[in-house]
Write a protein of this length. Sequence first.
Length: 215
Amino acid sequence: MVEKFSTLKKHINVSHETLEKLAIYFELLSFWQKKMNLVSNNSMQNAETRHFLDSAQLYFFCKNFNGNILDFGSGAGFPGAVLSILGVSKIFLVESSKKKCNFLSTLKRETSSNFKIVNSRIENLEFLNPSLIMSRALTSTKNLLLFSINHMLKSKNIKSKEEALINMPNLLFLKGKTFKNELNDIPKNLNIRFQIFQSITSAESKILLYNRHIL
Protein backbone atom coordinates (compact mmCIF):
# COMPACT_ATOMS: atom_id res chain seq x y z
CA MET A 1 0.00 0.00 0.00
CA VAL A 2 2.95 2.35 0.58
CA GLU A 3 3.57 2.33 -3.17
CA LYS A 4 0.22 4.10 -3.63
CA PHE A 5 1.86 7.33 -2.42
CA SER A 6 4.64 7.49 -5.00
CA THR A 7 3.36 10.81 -6.40
CA LEU A 8 3.21 12.35 -2.93
CA LYS A 9 6.80 11.23 -2.28
CA LYS A 10 7.96 13.13 -5.38
CA HIS A 11 6.73 16.40 -3.90
CA ILE A 12 7.26 15.90 -0.16
CA ASN A 13 10.14 14.16 1.57
CA VAL A 14 8.51 11.79 4.06
CA SER A 15 9.77 8.83 6.05
CA HIS A 16 8.74 5.23 5.46
CA GLU A 17 6.94 5.30 8.82
CA THR A 18 4.89 8.29 7.69
CA LEU A 19 4.02 6.55 4.42
CA GLU A 20 2.86 3.52 6.37
CA LYS A 21 0.54 5.73 8.42
CA LEU A 22 -0.84 7.31 5.25
CA ALA A 23 -1.41 3.82 3.85
CA ILE A 24 -3.39 2.91 6.98
CA TYR A 25 -5.33 6.16 6.50
CA PHE A 26 -6.22 5.18 2.93
CA GLU A 27 -7.32 1.70 3.98
CA LEU A 28 -9.55 3.11 6.72
CA LEU A 29 -10.98 5.69 4.33
CA SER A 30 -11.78 2.99 1.76
CA PHE A 31 -13.46 0.80 4.38
CA TRP A 32 -15.54 3.56 6.00
CA GLN A 33 -16.48 5.05 2.63
CA LYS A 34 -18.54 1.92 1.97
CA LYS A 35 -20.61 2.67 5.06
CA MET A 36 -20.90 6.46 4.91
CA ASN A 37 -20.17 9.36 2.58
CA LEU A 38 -16.82 10.68 3.81
CA VAL A 39 -15.72 11.94 0.38
CA SER A 40 -17.26 11.70 -3.09
CA ASN A 41 -17.16 8.16 -4.46
CA ASN A 42 -15.61 9.34 -7.74
CA SER A 43 -12.69 10.95 -5.92
CA MET A 44 -11.67 7.62 -4.39
CA GLN A 45 -10.28 6.53 -7.75
CA ASN A 46 -7.59 9.18 -7.47
CA ALA A 47 -7.52 9.66 -3.71
CA GLU A 48 -3.75 10.01 -3.47
CA THR A 49 -3.80 13.22 -5.50
CA ARG A 50 -7.33 14.47 -4.84
CA HIS A 51 -7.18 14.20 -1.07
CA PHE A 52 -3.80 13.20 0.33
CA LEU A 53 -1.40 15.22 -1.84
CA ASP A 54 -3.88 18.10 -2.03
CA SER A 55 -3.78 18.27 1.77
CA ALA A 56 -0.09 17.49 2.16
CA GLN A 57 1.00 20.43 -0.01
CA LEU A 58 -0.09 22.75 2.80
CA TYR A 59 2.73 21.35 4.94
CA PHE A 60 5.14 23.90 3.47
CA PHE A 61 2.86 26.74 4.61
CA CYS A 62 2.18 25.63 8.18
CA LYS A 63 5.11 23.46 9.29
CA ASN A 64 6.68 26.30 11.30
CA PHE A 65 3.58 27.42 13.20
CA ASN A 66 3.93 26.96 16.96
CA GLY A 67 0.42 27.91 18.03
CA ASN A 68 -2.92 26.17 17.65
CA ILE A 69 -4.09 25.29 14.14
CA LEU A 70 -7.82 24.91 13.52
CA ASP A 71 -9.13 22.86 10.60
CA PHE A 72 -12.68 24.13 10.04
CA GLY A 73 -15.03 21.43 8.72
CA SER A 74 -12.40 18.71 8.70
CA GLY A 75 -14.72 15.98 7.41
CA ALA A 76 -12.60 12.91 6.76
CA GLY A 77 -9.51 14.69 8.06
CA PHE A 78 -8.44 16.62 4.98
CA PRO A 79 -6.24 18.55 5.38
CA GLY A 80 -5.72 18.49 9.16
CA ALA A 81 -5.18 14.77 9.80
CA VAL A 82 -2.77 14.45 6.86
CA LEU A 83 -0.72 17.40 8.11
CA SER A 84 -0.67 15.97 11.62
CA ILE A 85 0.68 12.67 10.29
CA LEU A 86 3.34 14.65 8.40
CA GLY A 87 4.45 16.21 11.68
CA VAL A 88 2.53 19.47 12.12
CA SER A 89 1.61 19.88 15.78
CA LYS A 90 -1.31 21.35 17.73
CA ILE A 91 -3.96 20.68 15.07
CA PHE A 92 -7.63 20.74 16.05
CA LEU A 93 -10.01 18.98 13.65
CA VAL A 94 -13.36 20.77 13.95
CA GLU A 95 -16.22 18.65 12.63
CA SER A 96 -19.96 18.83 13.36
CA SER A 97 -20.82 15.28 12.24
CA LYS A 98 -20.60 12.74 15.06
CA LYS A 99 -20.20 9.90 12.54
CA LYS A 100 -17.24 11.59 10.88
CA CYS A 101 -15.72 12.25 14.30
CA ASN A 102 -16.02 8.52 15.00
CA PHE A 103 -14.00 7.89 11.85
CA LEU A 104 -11.43 10.48 12.91
CA SER A 105 -11.16 8.83 16.35
CA THR A 106 -10.44 5.49 14.70
CA LEU A 107 -7.92 7.14 12.39
CA LYS A 108 -6.18 8.83 15.32
CA ARG A 109 -5.92 5.55 17.21
CA GLU A 110 -4.77 3.41 14.27
CA THR A 111 -2.09 5.90 13.15
CA SER A 112 -1.00 6.98 16.66
CA SER A 113 -1.59 10.59 15.65
CA ASN A 114 -1.72 13.54 18.05
CA PHE A 115 -4.38 15.74 16.42
CA LYS A 116 -7.34 16.75 18.57
CA ILE A 117 -10.94 16.14 17.50
CA VAL A 118 -13.61 18.72 18.33
CA ASN A 119 -17.18 17.58 17.59
CA SER A 120 -18.84 20.96 17.22
CA ARG A 121 -20.43 23.31 14.74
CA ILE A 122 -17.98 26.13 14.00
CA GLU A 123 -20.35 28.80 15.31
CA ASN A 124 -20.63 26.93 18.66
CA LEU A 125 -16.90 26.31 19.02
CA GLU A 126 -15.27 27.49 22.22
CA PHE A 127 -12.36 29.88 21.74
CA LEU A 128 -9.21 27.91 20.89
CA ASN A 129 -6.76 30.82 20.45
CA PRO A 130 -5.68 29.95 16.90
CA SER A 131 -2.46 31.05 15.24
CA LEU A 132 -3.76 29.58 11.98
CA ILE A 133 -7.22 28.70 10.66
CA MET A 134 -7.36 26.47 7.60
CA SER A 135 -10.10 24.83 5.58
CA ARG A 136 -10.67 22.77 2.46
CA ALA A 137 -13.88 22.24 0.49
CA LEU A 138 -16.18 23.60 3.19
CA THR A 139 -17.75 26.91 2.13
CA SER A 140 -16.98 30.21 0.39
CA THR A 141 -13.99 32.35 1.34
CA LYS A 142 -16.37 35.06 2.56
CA ASN A 143 -18.12 32.62 4.89
CA LEU A 144 -14.79 31.28 6.15
CA LEU A 145 -13.75 34.84 6.99
CA LEU A 146 -17.01 35.44 8.86
CA PHE A 147 -16.54 32.17 10.76
CA SER A 148 -13.01 33.28 11.66
CA ILE A 149 -14.13 36.73 12.82
CA ASN A 150 -16.90 35.24 14.96
CA HIS A 151 -14.44 32.81 16.50
CA MET A 152 -12.05 35.60 17.42
CA LEU A 153 -14.93 37.52 19.02
CA LYS A 154 -15.15 34.70 21.58
CA SER A 155 -11.83 35.78 23.03
CA LYS A 156 -12.21 37.63 26.33
CA ASN A 157 -9.71 40.19 25.06
CA ILE A 158 -11.58 41.08 21.86
CA LYS A 159 -14.65 43.30 22.16
CA SER A 160 -15.49 44.30 18.59
CA LYS A 161 -15.39 43.18 14.97
CA GLU A 162 -12.66 45.75 14.34
CA GLU A 163 -10.51 44.24 17.10
CA ALA A 164 -11.20 40.76 15.71
CA LEU A 165 -9.89 41.87 12.30
CA ILE A 166 -6.79 43.45 13.84
CA ASN A 167 -6.08 40.22 15.74
CA MET A 168 -7.08 37.88 12.92
CA PRO A 169 -4.88 34.76 12.87
CA ASN A 170 -3.18 33.52 9.75
CA LEU A 171 -5.58 31.93 7.26
CA LEU A 172 -4.96 29.11 4.79
CA PHE A 173 -7.71 28.00 2.41
CA LEU A 174 -7.66 25.51 -0.47
CA LYS A 175 -9.88 26.75 -3.29
CA GLY A 176 -11.05 25.64 -6.72
CA LYS A 177 -11.80 27.40 -9.99
CA THR A 178 -14.28 29.86 -8.40
CA PHE A 179 -11.59 31.45 -6.24
CA LYS A 180 -11.61 34.78 -8.14
CA ASN A 181 -15.35 35.22 -7.71
CA GLU A 182 -15.01 34.32 -4.04
CA LEU A 183 -12.28 36.91 -3.51
CA ASN A 184 -14.38 39.55 -5.26
CA ASP A 185 -17.26 38.69 -2.94
CA ILE A 186 -15.31 39.59 0.21
CA PRO A 187 -16.65 42.88 1.67
CA LYS A 188 -14.09 45.66 1.24
CA ASN A 189 -14.41 46.72 4.86
CA LEU A 190 -12.91 43.43 6.00
CA ASN A 191 -9.60 44.56 4.46
CA ILE A 192 -8.21 41.03 4.20
CA ARG A 193 -5.76 40.47 1.36
CA PHE A 194 -4.71 36.99 0.40
CA GLN A 195 -1.56 35.81 -1.27
CA ILE A 196 -2.40 33.36 -4.04
CA PHE A 197 -0.34 30.24 -4.72
CA GLN A 198 -0.80 27.60 -7.39
CA SER A 199 -1.96 24.18 -6.22
CA ILE A 200 0.27 21.31 -7.33
CA THR A 201 -2.72 19.00 -7.79
CA SER A 202 -4.85 21.01 -10.22
CA ALA A 203 -4.27 23.88 -12.64
CA GLU A 204 -7.63 25.36 -11.60
CA SER A 205 -7.01 25.17 -7.86
CA LYS A 206 -5.30 27.77 -5.69
CA ILE A 207 -4.02 28.11 -2.16
CA LEU A 208 -5.09 31.31 -0.43
CA LEU A 209 -2.84 32.54 2.38
CA TYR A 210 -3.46 35.47 4.67
CA ASN A 211 -0.26 36.15 6.57
CA ARG A 212 -1.07 38.60 9.36
CA HIS A 213 2.56 39.74 9.42
CA ILE A 214 2.38 40.93 5.80
CA LEU A 215 0.09 43.94 5.45
